[in-house]
Each structure stands twice: as structure tokens, then as C-alpha cells.
Design a protein around this ligand. Structure first.
Ligand code: HEM
Ligand code: HEM
Length: 142
């Protein structure tokens, strides 16, 4: 049953924390070395890795019915399977490896699909349960 699934909120937040460490580590390396060639990797490790994943975790914590759905599982796995190789492909491209560009393009579209799944998951009408508000059966406040 859909509602018995574990909430994905914690997984998003743990992933966010890992990306935060890596992204800030790269930022410090960039500053120390004066080599800013990987700036876009640093920016997206922070924004897709730390900020967006952390925010997603917080959102799923509140929108319990969305956070426990099969769509939430697909959203999490597709996003996270795409993100690390996408950052690697971006790094290779910025270092002059043009063969990485189509790979980066495909992975960014996979990432885009996972974001669409998130949007569908958030707006999908569900039967109200627990103390879900009338406005959104996806939102169950603790
Ligand atoms: C100790 C922590 C950090 C260090 C040392 C650091 C260092 C840097 C450096 C050296 C650049 C390149 C600047 C340039 O070439 O113009 C940069 C760019 C950037 N950083 Fe960080 N950063 C840190 C944390 C963060 C965090 C937490 C975020 C986001 C949540 C972030 C987001 C960005 C973005 C978006 C850019 C690109 C800015 C632009 O488009 O001009 N950084 N950072
Ligand atoms: C699949 C998702 C994404 C793709 C394909 C993408 C793509 C891009 C591209 C092509 C650039 C220009 C880079 C350049 O001129 O060198 C860029 C820059 C930027 N993007 Fe994204 N982006 C994505 C997600 C995001 C998200 C979620 C955020 C914020 C939460 C974000 C924030 C930024 C910022 C701040 C910059 C300027 C810093 C930089 O040049 O690296 N992006 N992005």
C-alpha cells in the first residue's frame, strides 16, 4: 500500500549534507588554487546537490502523503542516479573533453524528468488522510 512506504524526506536530507561537504570542499579548493574553471560544477553541486535536495527533503517532510508515494521513490532514485554522473560529465566538459557534452545533455534531461515527477507528485490529487488539510491531501502537518 502506498501509504505504508517510508517517507523519502530523510534520504533527501542525508544526500544534501553529503553534497554540501563536497561542494564547499570544491569551493575552498577553487579559492585556494585560484583555478575557477570548475565554478559551474561547484555552483550546481551546491544548488542541485545541497540546496534543492535539502529543500525537497523539508517539503516531503511536510507533504507526508507525497513523500511516501511511489512517485517520491522514482523522483529520488532518478534524480540521484543522474546527479553525480552529470556533475562528472560537466567537469570533464569544462576541462575540454567535448565528448562529455552529449552525456551531459542526456543526464540533464533525465534530471528534468525527475523534476517533472516531483511536480506531478506534489499536485496529484490524493484522498485526505490523517489531519490533511482540505486544500491539499498531500500536506499532512506533524
Ligand atoms: C566555504 C564555502 C564556499 C567557498 C570557498 C566558495 C567559493 C567559490 C568560488 C571561488 C567561486 C568562483 C567565483 C568566480 O569565479 O567568480 C564560487 C562561485 C559560486 N558559488 Fe561558491 N563557495 C562556497 C560556498 C557556496 C555555497 C554554500 C553556495 C550555494 C548554496 C555557493 C554557490 C556558488 C555559486 C552559485 C557560484 C557561481 C557564482 C556566479 O555565477 O558568478 N557557494 N564559489
Ligand atoms: C538539470 C538542471 C540544470 C541545468 C541543465 C542547468 C544548466 C545551466 C547552464 C547551462 C548554466 C550556464 C553555465 C555557464 O554559462 O557556464 C547554468 C548556470 C547557473 N545555474 Fe543552472 N542548471 C540546472 C539547475 C539549476 C538549479 C536547480 C539552480 C538553482 C537552484 C541553478 C542555478 C544556476 C546558477 C546560479 C548559474 C550561474 C552560475 C554558473 O554559471 O555556474 N541551476 N545552469
Amino acid at each position: 500500500m502506498e501509504m505504508k512506504m517510508e517517507n523519502f524526506a530523510a534520504r533527501w536530507i542525508y544526500m544534501a549534507v553529503i553534497y554540501f561537504v563536497v561542494a564547499v570542499g570544491l569551493g575552498i579548493f577553487m579559492g585556494a588554487s585560484h583555478d575557477h574553471s570548475l565554478m559551474a560544477v561547484h555552483a550546481h553541486l551546491n544548488l542541485l546537490g545541497w540546496v534543492s535536495q535539502g529543500l525537497t527533503g523539508v517539503i516531503y517532510h511536510y507533504f507526508q502523503n507525497a513523500g511516501r508515494s511511489k512517485l517520491a521513490s522514482a523522483h529520488f532514485w532518478i534524480y540521484n542516479v543522474a546527479l553525480a554522473p552529470m556533475m562528472l560529465a560537466l567537469a570533464l566538459l569544462l576541462k575540454g573533453n567535448v565528448a562529455a557534452e552529449p552525456v551531459l545533455g542526456i543526464l540533464s534531461m533525465v534530471m528534468g524528468i525527475s523534476v517533472l515527477l516531483f511536480a506531478i507528485n506534489m499536485f496529484l490529487p490524493r484522498k485526505a488522510s490523517g489531519n490533511a488539510s482540505k486544500r491539499s491531501a498531500n500536506l499532512v502537518l506533524q
